[in-house]
Design a protein around this ligand. Structure first.
Ligand code: SF4
Length: 647
């Protein structure tokens, strides 16, 4: 077993109450490391083909990365994994906060649940000793209340992951919540937890995480931190908007250096990009049919990051993070402190719905956090309903009297209440746009924007075709955290992996839409790197520093005692990606069916705004990408011999 791994997982059978620790063979760590790599190995092997995601055979896992708990930075991400009830595919979602090290400090690399409990329970683990406890008194409580009650009972040092009413009611867009406002939101895994009647996981551990060479790790971390702390004192939110508008006009652009994004992130968090993204065409508007021309500089100013920063009272850092992109806000004087809404939340509930009321976004973000529902999917499903209203597909009779006109913030809040309670139209919308369109009929499917059933995030593939590609080809479809052309530029992997292509410093925007071999190589490198990152517990934003500034490969060697090259580690990333794709094939998924919907690929192309005239050659890009992994270029299916262990 490598240093930095705990060498064990915990298996909990919720049907029988059996709790059993299991050793992890060294071969698994060597091939796929830990975190989501370990999870892919276990779930691929143990979930029977065709299992119902909301049935007892699905396995729900909580995993920490191999670097978590070591003297490295940006390594506090934990992941929840399972077969997704939203997409039917491999499902995972990751989150920051303080939960990740608590998994390892209890002596485990992951905790896996199977079966279904008869009554609500929670798992309590103290220094490796685990027991199931009755959670009847917690069932029906929102996430914040549940977390507070558990911490009151187990002490403030405990770390807690919970579901809210959305997960209990099996909403397919529900997530798992921790640290008073952070959520592993994607893939609908809150519903899997709800189906198992598992209300919470409470971890209180102080065991030591072993490290091969702590001194070397600390040296590497100090050097990385120099880049994180470098921060010029200028910049205003308004300037960001004009920068976005300027970038929209230019026919050419410069390859991005993530140090620039790091500066924005450190000042404002992810909200730094709110208005800028709308102006430059990165953020879709009006359920993806509109553009910056519809939203306009005056209305998009509601999401200016300075407005949010004005009510931020403190920065929030996840475990082991020197950057701290989060924030704690008090949006109303004398009101309660809440987590700062992220870029995705502001724009899915803002521009997508043409909503310029920032106060309403704060309120809806808090409602969603308390309910344990994904803000990206919730905004996507509301904007879908608004377009159905505009088209006459939904009427006042369907909506219970709500007028779902664009920008009607009051109606949005009421609709959200209905979704959380699964009441009337809310019951239909609480399972995401694909299912809602099927139930509504009348051609509503034309307005359901998704990939493989998952609502799309606020990054437009018509601006950066890499997003459209990764939404379509990742085994967990519709995810924005795994690759894009701009991510490849910021990762700067060519500086440490010499065979990877170096992008030109300046290029014409039109060249982004040419599907070629170099872009496929870059996209595959992103997927391998992110698979490695999620096996290590790393935060994407740390990786944006660039491979020569964040010592991912060196940390891994110093933590584990291995002596591997960056190429070796990327090969492990490829194995993980192949295992996840094999998981999908085993469960009857046709990878071609996860292709992003036509509207999001610019079919037909928009006639105005930043992305006018832009169409993504998505079918060719998918085929080129699959070829990079040695999978069938027409179907995306890995060779039979690779499906067992990923290689
Ligand atoms: S950069 Fe932000 S999301 Fe990432 S670990 Fe730090 S605080 Fe958490």
């Amino acid at each position: 077993m490598p240093d930095a791994a705990m060498g064990k997982i915990l298996n909990v059978d919720l049907a029988t109450g059996e709790i059993r620790a299991e050793g992890v063979p060294d071969e698994i760590y060597r091939k796929v490391l830990s975190g989501t790599g370990l999870a892919a190995w276990i779930l691929h092997e143990r979930i029977p083909a065709g299992a119902d995601p909301l049935g007892p055979d699905n396995i729900l896992g909580f995993v920490a990365g191999i670097l978590t708990g070591t003297p490295s930075y940006f390594t506090g991400r934990w992941s929840v994994v399972g077969k997704s009830p939203l997409t039917g595919c491999w499902g995972d979602a990751n989150c920051g906060g303080n939960l990740a090290p608590a998994i390892k400090r209890n002596g485990f690399d992951g905790i896996f649940f199977r079966g279904t409990s008869e009554k609500p329970v929670y798992l309590y683990v103290k220094n490796g000793r685990a027991e199931l406890r009755d959670a009847s008194h917690l069932w029906g409580k929102d996430t914040t209340e549940t977390e507070a009650m558990l911490l009151a009972g187990h002490g403030a040092g405990a770390r807690v992951a919970v579901i809210g009413p959305a997960g209990e009611r099996l909403s397919l867009i529900s997530g798992v919540f921790n640290d008073r406002g952070r959520m592993a939101a994607r893939s609908g895994l809150g519903a899997v937890m709800g189906s198992k009647r598992l209300k919470a996981v409470v971890l209180d551990g102080k065991l030591r995480v072993p490290v091969h060479d702590a001194a070397a790790m600390k040296r590497l971390s100090r050097s990385c931190n120099r880049w994180v702390q470098l921060q010029p004192p200028f910049l205003s939110g308004r300037a960001m908007a004009y920068l976005g508008a300027f970038m929209r006009i230019l026919p050419a652009q410069m390859a991005l250096d993530g140090m620039l994004y790091k500066i924005f992130l450190k000042k404002w968090g992810t909200t730094s990009m709110n208005q800028m993204s709308v102006e430059m065409g990165d953020a879709p508007v009006m359920n993806w049919k509109g553009s910056s021309a519809d939203w306009g500089m005056r209305r998009s100013a509601s999401s200016n990051p300075d407005h949010i920063r004005a009510v931020e009272k403190a920065k929030y850092h996840c475990y082991a993070c020197p950057l701290g992109c989060g924030g704690l806000c008090v949006p109303k004087p004398g009101g309660a402190e809440v987590h700062k809404p992220e870029y995705e939340s502001v724009l899915s509930l803002g521009g997508q719905c043409m909503n310029s009321d920032l106060d309403s976004i704060f309120r809806m973000n808090e409602m969603l956090n308390r309910a344990g529902m994904d803000t990206i999917s919730a905004g996507g499903v509301i904007s879908f309903a608004m377009e159905c209203w505009e088209q006459g597909i939904l009427t006042r009779g369907d909506t219970g009297g709500l007028e779902l006109t664009w920008g009607n913030a009051a109606a949005m809040e009421q609709l959200l209440e209905k979704m959380i309670r699964r009441e009337g139209i809310g019951d239909i919308l609480a399972d995401g746009v694909r299912k809602a369109a099927e139930r509504i009929g009348k051609g509503a499917g034309r307005f359901a924007v998704h990939a493989g059933g998952q609502e799309l995030p606020q990054h437009d593939g018509r601006n950066d075709p890499g997003f459209a590609l990764h939404y379509s080809v990742e085994p967990t479809p519709g995810r924005h955290t795994l690759g894009a052309q701009m991510y490849y530029e910021m990762f700067q992997l060519w500086k440490t992996v010499r065979h990877l292509p170096k992008p030109a410093l300046f290029y014409f925007k039109g060249s982004k839409y040419r599907a070629d071999e170099e872009k496929a190589v870059a996209a595959a490198a992103c997927s391998r790197y992110m698979a490695l990152a999620n096996a290590s517990g790393l935060c994407l934003f740390g990786l944006f520093l660039g491979a020569s500034r964040i010592p991912v490969f060196e940390w891994l060697n110093a933590a584990t005692g291995w002596n591997r090259t960056p190429e070796d580690y990327l090969a492990a990333g490829e194995r993980i990606q192949t295992l996840k794709q094999a998981f999908n094939v085993k469960h009857g998924i046709d990878p071609r069916a996860n292709r992003v919907c036509d509207r999001a690929a610019g079919i037909p192309a928009q006639t105005r705004g930043a992305n006018r005239g832009r169409t993504v050659d998505i079918a060719k890009m998918m085929s080129d990408y699959w070829r990079q992994f040695g999978w069938d270029a027409e179907t995306g299916v890995p060779p039979v011999e690779d499906r067992k262990s990923g290689s």
